[in-house]
Ligand binder design. Sequence first.
Ligand SMILES: NC(=O)c1ccc[n+]([C@@H]2O[C@H](COP(=O)([O-])OP(=O)(O)OC[C@H]3O[C@@H](n4cnc5c(N)ncnc54)[C@H](OP(=O)(O)O)[C@@H]3O)[C@@H](O)[C@H]2O)c1
Length: 198
Amino acid sequence: MVLTARNLEKAKLAAAELGSQVMAAELEVSDLLSAKALAHDLEKKFKKVDVLINNAGIIGNKPATAFDLLEIKQVFETNFFGIITTTKALMPLLQKSPEGRIINLSSGMGAWADLTGGYAGYRLSKTALNAFTVLLANELATTGIKVNAMCPGWVKTEMGGASAPRSVSQGADTAVWLATEKQIPTGKFFRDRKPINW
Ligand SMILES: NC(=O)c1ccc[n+]([C@@H]2O[C@H](COP(=O)([O-])OP(=O)(O)OC[C@H]3O[C@@H](n4cnc5c(N)ncnc54)[C@H](OP(=O)(O)O)[C@@H]3O)[C@@H](O)[C@H]2O)c1
């Protein structure tokens, strides 16, 4: 298992907490060279990638009516283009797995019915990520690769803040399930292991 972060030292600290089978690596998701360097190292060490969890994300809280193009573009750079960039770099290795899986960390805030206002950059980036998930799942439907999106719920992290009701392990549960369950569908959006509306 490989845990990545932009800062290798931070990745090493987090990996050490999880045990000796977790390896740390550096990755800036929006930088194709960084993602290709990671792919190169993974190919040397493991030959293939079975599961890619696209977890990196940043928030942008201005409303759509603020028309803050800079914020919207910055959020898209990580939450949308970053995921496409990382997936592009790792796709050849996922194709070497008998049953590759891609799990995109999205948010209910990007679901059509929940586009209620505020957090425009964040919501739009997750709506776009959801669309990318469906498109990729459909294009890969005849291969062994399954592509799904999930919402972890409101989780106590740096992004979620201290008042969030869910622990990190509760938030991660659906990702672990999608990564390890024997039979999973493709092209779906999950929360708490159950499909939810896009
Ligand atoms: N927390 C919630 O309540 C909640 C709810 C719904 C969805 N989500 C989604 O769940 C995912 C994880 O969120 P979180 O709550 O753990 O957020 P977080 O506490 O803010 O952590 C986000 C992580 O993403 C990394 N990151 C940001 N930009 C990056 C980039 N360009 N390249 C590589 N890494 C980058 C950050 O690294 P640095 O340490 O280097 O900044 C950080 O480790 C996100 O996609 C988020 O949108 C979270």
